[in-house]
Design a protein around this ligand. Sequence first.
Ligand code: AMP
Length: 443
Amino acid sequence: MNINPLKGVHDLINDEAFDWDSIIEMMKKVFNAFGYSYIQVPTIEMASLYARKGDSSDVVRKEMYQFLDKGNRLISLRPEFTAGIIRAIISNKLYINDQPLKYFYYGPCFRYERPQAGRYREFNQIGVEFIDEPSIYNDVEVIRLAYILPLAFHLKVKIKLNYLPSRASREYYIKELKEYFKGHLDKMCSDCHDRYERNALRILDCKVPTCQEIVKDAPKISNYLSIDEQKDFLFAQELLKELNVNFVIDENLVRGLDYYSGLVFEVVLDDNEGEDLGAIGGGGHYDQLIAELGGPSSLEGVGFSYGLERFVSLARRYAFSHPDYHPNRPLLVYAPLCEEAVHEVFDLSMKTRNKYLFRSVQFYHPVSIKSALKFANKVYAPFIILIGEDELKDRVVTFKNLLTGHQEQINLDDYLDVINNAVADGLMEAEKEGKVHLRKEVR
Ligand code: AMP
């Protein structure tokens, strides 16, 4: 008997399975640092948990795996985590003693989609939910966390950001959108016809070029935000800038699930490569889901989810791409070239470690360039930071990419803000120059 795997599933074997686990372990450390506890919820739930009244999303309407069990109950395999986690928080009355509630989760999800690059029918998500009385600070903290995670694997990403108006103004906006699209429907794709009927907001997200052309002149969502919502959105942008989060506003970003309201975002790689995979992750604020599922109406939530298949394949491509580079080996070697530089090395490496969990090795005594390089080669570190008298005088460090031989000076005062991107750029540059080899093609 020869049984083939089902369409849209995958096996994890050898290195890939090991890398998968080490990436999750590393992410858990980051979640821990942001104060998240851990939650596991069932893979099966009553279908009505996801298919709530008025839901217009493809994820729920078209893609859910559903079946009647032997007790004639309509059951769903989970298509996403948020609804299940809110259900668990309410069933276990977690909100009575603990607030705010911060949980991370990971595990498989199921969507009956057309399999293609980066799109599976059984795939895994890892993410967080932060439940509390609403505050824009919570939303920004969650975005910052979503931004840090790929950076911890030297993936340079950007956040696409948008703000969805509250229900009443959204309904009004959708009415105006329909008015506008009515005159163009004959030129639009069949999915958009369907979206027009169910939720015209989704047309904004259509990837078909003719539809995108028509969307360009559609009414803009930002004109339908209340004064308070506009203020919130601007304040969030200010905070994100303060936190050095690389973001762009995308007024057409509406997200695939219906419960979002307020700040929403997606995470994409900050170059063209890997774009074929689509967003690596996404999330946002939800205002009424908790009340809708029977919880207190004072509580709202914000969360995000990364697709692990996409995340792991990109992390493997960059972070683990040096043939001799292993996640347990140091990424950076710090070498003070004179006595006065030792304290600077101590300071920089500690602070960087606190912020990014970088693996680094440092000398706390002066070394010669030659012996520092010899050591870095021995441990296969791809980067070395040199600080000598000249560097101290100019308040810079020399950042040398040992894979490509390129070096640059980084301002000491900016070091913490730029080192992560310098590492990410350095790995990508080495890959482009063929100095590191992809261990695997992106699947
Ligand atoms: P969503 O819940 O649709 O916002 O999805 C969040 C993330 O999960 C996406 O950015 C993807 O990385 C991942 N994802 C969603 N659907 C799939 C799928 N069918 N196969 C693989 N990854 C997926």
